[in-house]
Design a binder for this molecule. Sequence first.
Ligand SMILES: [Zn+2]
Length: 266
Amino acid sequence: MTLVDVIEKLEAAYPPARAESWDAVGLVCGDPAQPVRRVLFAVDPVAAVADEALEWGADLIVTHHPLYLRGTTTVAATTPKGRLIHRLIKNDVALYTAHTNADVANPGVSDALARTVGLAGDLVPLRPFPDDPWRGLGRVGELPEPSTLGEFAALAAQRLPRTSWGIRVAGDLARPVRRVAVSGGAGDSLLGAARAADVDVFLTADLRHHPASEFVETGGPALIDAAHWATEWPWLDSAASILAASGVNVETRVSATVTDAWTRGY
Ligand SMILES: [Zn+2]
């Protein structure tokens, strides 16, 4: 397989045209003609993930987060990002990003999160595209059985990969929970959509004090705030499975390296 063959399959699942205008998705480094045998999936393009890729002998790293979201004038090895690019190019490892185009895909980042925390049945986008009700940001679904906020939070903590950030809950733990909204990554911008969707709880990441406090004060759904990395990590397995099922003859692996920014809680 060559890199261009693998990219073709990835882009069928995660069309780059669906990425947000501010986003930077696609091939970061690598030659489309280079051979690809092993593909590592990871959330963040950071040094620990490059270590893992080189140790395993990966030819391609597919990450959710872009290495360079904004423009740069240098890839000199004097910065962490420049060093990463140097290591990858010297070792013939390509880097490819599927970010907001993976968020809005079907199945996308929030589908994987929803299934991981136990949602069953149909999942619909929390903020669907005007031209496609089955694609968009976030997902809404139901738990197979009625639960409580405390039980659901415990389940989410058990099912999501462990981080020092853990799981934080805002709301009455005894509150009944059945209808759930989720959004992988920072979900601040979807708080209004979660309220409008009439869910019992909204699980996302990176919620800040004031929006969360005001949301709960005004009688909105309960909130669960998980580690950013942990909410997006379940997508890696989904993306690896989609690539493996697409007919390309490559070996896939999901990075187990915890790259959440927060490394210790007290
Ligand atoms: Zn993210």
